[in-house]
Design a protein around this ligand. Sequence first.
Ligand code: AHR
Length: 638
Amino acid sequence: ATIQVKADEAKSISNHLIGIFFEDINYAADGGLYAELIQNRDFEYAPTDRGNDQNWNSTHSWSVRGANGKLSIATENPIHPNNSHYAVLEVNMPAEVSLVNSGFDGIAVKKEEKYDFSFFSKMLEGKGGKVKVALQTKDGKEVAMAVLSVTSKEWKKQRAVLTAYQDATDAVLTITPLVWMGTQQLALDMVSLFPQKTFKGRKNGLRADLAQTLADLHPRFVRFPGGCVAHGDGIDNIYDWKGSIGPLEARKPLRNLWGYHQTRGLGYHEYFLFCEDMGAEPVPVVAAGVPCQNSGTCAHHSKGELTCMGQQGGIPMEEMPQYIQDVLDLIEYANGDARKTVWGKKRAEAGHPKPFNLKYIGIGNEDMITEVFVERFKMIFDAVKEKYPEVTVIGTTGPFYEGTDYEVGWELATELGVPMVDEHYYVEPGWLIHNQDYYDRYDRKKAKVYLGEYAAHLPGRPNNVETALAEALYLTAVERNGDVVEMTSYAPLLAKDGHTQWNPDLIYFNNTEVKPTVGYYTQLMYGQNSGNEYFASDVKLNNGWDAVKKRVGVSVVKDVHTGDYIVKLVNMLPVEVSARVKLDGVALVNPSATKTVLAGDPKDRGAKPVSSDFKVEGNDFPYAMPAYSFTVIRIHQN
Ligand code: AHR
């Protein structure tokens, strides 16, 4: 093959092409990225979180060990009305009774590392005294402990640091009253244990290894908090951002439509901080005044397919002014002056006086473009445009599935002048191979594109070399269209082993391991090798069959900040392709290069990229693209 790169046909492309889409699905937040180790710390689990499962209640993950002790749940005089349930441990002394939390599939700790423990407590009956807080392995071995004193009759927050004497993967937390007299009742809430080693050392922070795996992608933006989670499966399930900020004990827990509980300890403030810590633009998505597919009765099947039945509905018109105000307040929380604005002040109180510099806001997620939607979307869009013209609104095109009015979403965006539109498509690898001209055909006068959710889906939903290469191939076409496609994000991002509602995902994990997929490496190779200038290229293969041609993709970009030229080559053929790369019109000064290759059998789920030095003496060099491979050649000028 000959790959003729035309330096005189260059164009500027988006500098934000590769980002991440974070949604709390598959235990991505609580039990995942959010580093809290105690499950149901707020005692707010409710059967309604999980289709009326009666075992999913305020005592979930909690138990009592030892005789003469009883656990009950109370609601009188809680710490905060948003957090109305708390535990009452009744102990009849002398006896050793412990309240036990089993964490999220156990608690994993590392030898010599420190863990911040805290709880709110008050004595409902009796004088109280000392309690021992410990971590114990399944077989009863203590691996960390501290002693606190609980005597207050009013809610009181206390802290202790636990240092692990040894590694453990399956520990439980025990809270044990020590030498108390008679019958006593201890109330407890917001029982929390955090590793001190979080991502960037933040309190109430993120799991360091998982967050670092995301940061390694060099994401230019983060979309949050969903997905379906953003607009919920009913009006009462819409993600109200205000309920996700402020003191943890006052946050409003929310049912997660994926069938579990959101403490929202990882809330809007933490999302903004995470973006800042990674140098990524925050892209919050708010509901367009309608829940998922405009209906309160949508459900995801085990295969991840969404079906909606029943009446369409949205926030009642008389409540829309308040809802719109909430959206405007969100922008003020992110960008408002810390002294002069109400919400800017709240941001400062949360420890961040400097604005977060929000540039984008998504309105709507994959909504059906119905009258109910259009009416509400327009109201929110107009209000944001008027008050914050500098913030780019991202609209939605609706679901991509057959039988839905995808085109109507586009028409609406064009009619209203929405600057950017969020497209979603989960498709077979073949679709990605055969539709590489999707954006070539695109009307440049229309809205810019944010490809907010996409992934290659095969039967059985693996994430393997075939899906990863199809995505890499498609991204060469996306880079070619980086003048209209502003941003892309693979979906979903995270999935915890044993708690997965959707496959494939980009990164799987358990309490101790992070397991990036092959598709992760496609994202990594793009994220670490983006450019802002694109060069057209002609690819000539000896075999001129269309089906063969479509399986080879090339994209050449320049990173104007480093002066590096980056050549991406995807070969989805079962044979090696010997290529000659000709960077016509490019004068390379003392070039040195590295080559990173991701290759393997299409069914391989474990392939990883391998990097090595690559010899580039001039602007015309040979390269043999291995069968089923994605290569990045990065040429640095010295
Ligand atoms: O990414 C999983 C789900 O797919 C998202 O929540 C939703 O937007 C889409 O249907």
